[in-house]
Ligand binder design. Structure first.
Ligand code: BTN
Length: 246
C-alpha cells in the first residue's frame, strides 16, 4: 500500500507538502512524515501541538477512483485503522469521538484532518493528516492541553516504538481501504460504530448558531452524525463539537 515515504526533520505542517506532492504526480500511498511540526494544524484551523520526536505527524496521499462525496468515508477508514493499530502495538483500546478524534481514558490521543483535491465528479487526491500523541509524558503537553490531551505512552504505561505504530497504521489503512473499495462502506460503518465513543450516548452537538441535544444513534454514508432529539425527530449533524449531555 505504501509507495513512498518522504521524511523530514522539521516542517511547518505536513499538509501543504502533501498537497504539493499530490499535485506534482506523487502516487497514492505516498506518505509525508515529520519529526516535528512548527505550525501543525487541526480541524477548523486550530493549532495542533506536534512536539519533536514524541508523536507521529504524517500526511497520507490517497488517489482512489471515487466521486468527491465519498471522500469523507476515508476519514472513518483512518479512524478505524488507527484504533486497531494502537490496540495491536500498545495493547490499549482507543474510542472514536465523532467526527474523528480518538480518545483513550476520555482524553484525545489522535486527530485526523482530511483534505481533498477534486474535480466536480472525480477525486484527484485525498490527503489524510494524522497526528498521534505517542511518547509524550504529561509535562510535554502545553498547559492548555493538560486536561484534554493524552499519549499512548501515558495510557499504556510503556514507551512505544513510533516506527512500529506508524507502520501498523499504514498497513491497516491499506487493509481497510481495500475492504472498502471491494465491499463498500457497510463493513467500515459497522467497525466505526463499534469503536465509537459517541454512538448510544446522550450528547450536546454544539454548533455556531445552536446546540442540539439528544441520543447519538449512528452515522450516515457521508459520516453525518444522526441524533434523536427528545421529541423523537432525527437530526443530521454535519459539523459540531460533541460534549456529553447532563
Ligand atoms: C484535529 O484533531 O483537529 C486534527 C489534527 C490533525 C493533525 C495532523 S499532524 C499531521 C498533519 N499535519 C498537520 O498540520 N495536521 C495533521
Amino acid at each position: 500500500f505504501v509507495s513512498d515515504i518522504i521524511h523530514y526533520e522539521s516542517v511547518g505542517s505536513t499538509m501543504p507538502i502533501a498537497h504539493r506532492e499530490a499535485q506534482n504526480g506523487a502516487s497514492g500511498g505516498t506518505v509525508i512524515v515529520a519529526e516535528e511540526q512548527t505550525e501543525g494544524r487541526g480541524r477548523l484551523a486550530r493549532p495542533w501541538s506536534s512536539t519533536a520526536g514524541k508523536g507521529i505527524w504524517m500526511s497520507v496521499i490517497l488517489k482512489p477512483d471515487i466521486p468527491p462525496h465519498r471522500a469523507p468515508q476515508f476519514t472513518l477508514i483512518a479512524a478505524v485503522s488507527i484504533c486497531r493499530a494502537i490496540r495491536e502495538t500498545a495493547g490499549v483500546e482507543a474510542r472514536i469521538k465523532w467526527p474523528n478524534d480518538l480518545l483513550i481514558g476520555g482524553r484525545k490521543v489522535t486527530g485526523i484532518l482530511t483534505e481533498l483535491q477534486a474535480d466536480p465528479d472525480r477525486v484527484q487526491a485525498i490527503i489524510i493528516g494524522i497526528g498521534i500523541n505517542v511518547n509524550q509524558e504529561t509535562e510535554d503537553f502545553p498547559e492548555e492541553l493538560a486536561d484534554i490531551a493524552t499519549s499512548v505512552r501515558i495510557q499504556s504505561g510503556h514507551r512505544i516504538d513510533r516506527a512500529a505504530l506508524a507502520a501498523a497504521v499504514l498497513r491497516n489503512i491499506g487493509f481497510y481501504s481495500k475492504i472498502y473499495l471491494e465491499e463498500g462502506f457497510a463493513p467500515i460503518k459497522m467497525l466505526w460504530e463499534e469503536n465509537s465513543d459517541t454512538i448510544g450516548r446522550k450528547v450536546n452537538a454544539v454548533m455556531m448558531r445552536e446546540t442540539v441535544t439528544g441520543t447519538a444513534i449512528g452515522i450516515t454514508e457521508e459520516g453525518v452524525l444522526e441524533i434523536r432529539t427528545e421529541d423523537g425527530a432525527i437530526r443530521g449533524i454535519y459539523s459540531a463539537d460533541i460534549e456529553p449531555a447532563e
